[in-house]
Each structure stands twice: as C-alpha cells, then as structure tokens.
Design a protein around this ligand. Structure first.
Ligand SMILES: [Ca+2]
Length: 459
C-alpha cells in the first residue's frame, strides 16, 4: 500500500477519535467551537477544514489578525488551507486511483489464482489420464505378449501335427503299398479234378474212369444215385402264374412238375419271392436259393443286398438271406449243392439238414450230415455267421468277403465260396482265392463253371 492509503487511514482514525472523545477539550475544536461565538462577535472568523498533514500535529485555526489576534484568520491562511485542501484532494484522488488499481489487481490476482487452481485440477486430471493410458498400454502390451505366446504355441502345435500327419501319411502309404495280408490259401489237393488246364482233360477222364463217386473218408456218406440226380429232362424256363406256394415241393405237389420260376410266400414271410423251382433232379421239389452259371451278375455286394437278394431268377441270383431263413423255418429242409466243372461234369454235396438262424444271429449256417461226391468243403462253414464287405462276422483278422469277393458264411476263411468271381476256364490266376471254388473239388484256384444251391423239405 502506498503512503496515500496510510494517510487516508490516518485521517479516518482521526475523525473517529474526534467524534468519540471530547472534542471540545481539544484546543483545535475548542477554537473551532468558539468560531461562531467569534463570528457573532467578529464576522471575520470562519471555519477551516483541518486535514492533518504528515508533519502537522496540532489543530490549525486561521484567524484574522493572527499576529495580533489569535482567533483571526488571514486570507493567506485560507489560501494555504485551500491549497492544502486541493492538494489533499488530489492525493485522495490519486489514492482512489491507486485503490482502484489495487482492487483490479486483487481481482486479477483472484482470477489468476482461480485459474491456477483450475489449471492444477486440469493438470492433475491430465496426469491421471496419462497414468491410465500408461497402465492401459502396459496391459495391452501384456495382452499382446500373451497373444504372441499363444500364436507361438499354436504354431508349434500345428507344426507338430503336420509332422505327425506326415508320419501317419508315410505309414499309410507304406501300408498301402504293401500287399494286404490275405487269408491262408486253401491247401486241399482235390482228388477228383486236375487243378491246371494242360492236364485238365486227361485228369477229368482219369477221374471219370475211376467212377467219380468214391468214398471221401470222414465226409463220406451215401452218394447221390445217378437216378436221383440225373436230369430227367431239360428245364423249361417258364413261369407259373399260380401261387404263391410255401416252397417248390408244394408247387410240385400242386401239379407243377416243370422246372421254372415260381412265386413263393413262406410262412411268416412279409413278402412273396420269386424263385427257380428245380423239379427235374432228384425227384424235384427243390427250391433254388443260389445260382451261378455265366458271370452275368456281380456277387461282390453289401449286407443289404445279400439280405434281400439280387440277380435274375432265370439266370444267376441270390434268393436273399431273409428269404432263405423264412423258407428254412417252415420245417426240416435239406441242402443240395450242385457243382459243374468246365468239362461239363456235375458233382454234388448234400446235407441232410439245413437252416439259417435269424438276422440277429447273423444268419448263422446250420448244416446236417454231408453226403455226395464233391467233398465236404462246406463243413468248415457250419455254425458260422454270414459276412459281407460291410459286415465282418468271420474269424479272420481281416474281412474274408474282401479277399474272396463275395458274401459267405466265412470262418477264417474256409474251404469254399460259391459267391466269388466267375472265372472262365476253371483254373484262374489271382492273388487270393476269389473264384467260385469248392476246395474238395478242384482246390482253391479252380473256379466252377456253374453252381446251384437248393433246398427241399426232408422226406
Ligand atoms: Ca474278420
């Protein structure tokens, strides 16, 4: 604060003091009070503002005739006082200006402080934001590091898998290149027929010369007589519109003595089936359940095909496992297997009982005692379930239907398969024994020219 302000305060304090204390006692004011008295007496006396100056310590009273009369104020005094007063006024104005300026400064200071506080707050806020950003970035960098680790792990895993895949692929190709391990080849050396073509004719003649029908050891039995098995007349391929019969014997007994296609409906069978009835051999009444003769039908089929049957009734066909099962459950049936070699010679294998178990048992084969001149190659299949390419029920580690190219009652795999590949000429060259073979007649690599399987109720 400037000296002007102090002067102002001093003036103000003096004013208060003069009000609160007995002014009259003061020589100044007593003189001032006396002034009206004096004016009454002497009009020349007048009031004068007394503004304490810094160096003035006592009241000032101007009186006329100061030198002579103390109560008289001279013009000079008035002038002096006026000068003083105007001087004081100027100072006051100056002080007022100063005060105004100071007030502005104070306000400015206040504003600046407020602004400063705001700035501090803002800075703090920014600092917090910055801190937050730093933390967030640090978190992000952590996440990034984790992500990188994950990617690295995934890459490693994929590389490992790729390596493993290559190994497996190599193993697979190695396996694939290796010839599949097939079932053991049938080692039966047939006595009745040669196994290679050059000797074929001679062997057949030799066999025929031996009378063909002979005792076959443990499989021996009463051989079919020539009278019962010989064809009485050529089969006529006709179709009976009558039926349906329970089997071909019933058809024969109904007067249909001609071989041909008939409509059957076994008891408890859901649908009728067409079959070829053989009424000309062995007293007739035979229901043909399987027939091969020219290779016109593919027998390399799946389970459903073998279950429902396929082929042509007047040619090659498979009656169907369900149909055979339904026929066999009507009573006691016997089975006749007719084999014809490429010299036109026919041999037979007959089993005195035959039926299949239901599908739930895999159509297991149930055979009775063998008799015939073909050899008992089917004995090794007795009690076996049926195996197809898509349903492996055999005792072999692999699938016998795959190696023998057809569905059958395989063991591991067995001595015969009449549903194999129809090869021409008898002896065939193949990696596996996949022809239509009957091991006891021709061995595993002799494929029959024609075969038939037929059943008939036991007499
Ligand atoms: Ca198997």
């Amino acid at each position: 604060m400037g000296p002007g302000i102090w002067s102002l305060f001093a003036l103000f304090g003096l004013s208060l003091w003069s009000n609160s204390h007995a002014l009259t006692k003061s020589p100044i004011f007593s003189r001032i009070r006396r002034a009206p008295e004096a004016s009454e007496e002497n009009k020349k006396c007048s009031y004068t503002f007394l503004v304490p100056e810094q160096k003035i310590t006592g009241p000032i009273c101007a009186a006329r005739g100061y030198s002579t009369d103390k109560d008289r104020v001279t013009r000079l005094d008035v002038s002096v006082v006026r000068d003083l007063l105007s001087k004081q006024r100027r100072e006051m104005e100056t002080l007022k200006l100063v005060v105004d300026v100071d007030g502005n400064l104070v306000n400015e200071m206040k504003l600046l402080r407020k602004e400063s506080r705001n700035m501090n707050s803002r800075v703090t806020q920014l600092y917090m934001q910055l801190l937050h950003e730093i933390i967030r970035k640090r978190d992000n960098s952590l996440e990034l590091a984790q992500l990188e680790t994950r990617i690295l792990n995934a890459t490693t895993e994929s590389l490992r898998l790729a390596s493993r895949y290559r190994e497996l692929e190599a193993k697979y190709s190695a396996l694939y290149e290796q010839p599949p391990l097939g079932p053991p080849l049938v080692q039966v050396v047939p006595e009745n027929i040669p196994v290679n073509v050059p000797r074929f004719t001679n062997e057949i003649q030799r066999v025929n010369a031996r009378g063909f029908v002979r005792d076959r050891g443990s499989h021996s039995g009463p051989s079919p007589t020539s009278s019962t098995l010989e064809v009485k007349k050529p089969p006529q391929r006709n179709f009976s519109g009558e039926g349906a019969f329970r089997d071909c014997l019933e058809a024969q007994e109904a007067g249909h003595s001609t071989s041909g296609m008939y409509l059957l409906q076994p008891h408890e069978a859901e649908r009728q089936v067409q079959v070829w009835c053989e009424q000309d051999i062995d007293n007739g009444g035979w229901t043909v359940i399987q027939s091969r003769r020219d290779g016109s039908v593919n027998f390399f089929r799946n389970w459903d095909n073998y279950k429902s049957g396929f082929g042509n009734i007047d040619g090659e066909y498979w009656l169907g496992l369900e149909g055979i099962y339904n026929l066999g459950r009507q009573g006691d049936y016997k089975l006749l297997v007719e084999l014809e070699d490429w010299m036109g010679k026919k041999v037979y294998a007959q089993y005195n009982s035959f039926h299949l178990e239901p599908e739930s048992e895999g159509y297991r084969l149930r055979l009775g005692t063998y008799q015939g001149n073909a050899g008992d190659s089917l004995a090794s299949h007795n009690g076996k379930q049926f195996t197809t390419l898509d349903r492996d029920k055999d005792a072999f580690s692999g699938n016998c239907a795959h190696f023998h190219k057809g569905g059958w009652w395989y063991s591991a795999c067995g001595q015969t398969n009449l549903n194999g590949v129809w090869y021409t000429g008898g002896v065939y060259r193949s990696k596996f024994q996949d022809g239509i073979f009957w091991a006891d007649y021709g061995g595993g690599f002799y494929s029959m020219k024609a075969v038939r399987m037929m059943i008939r109720p036991i007499d």
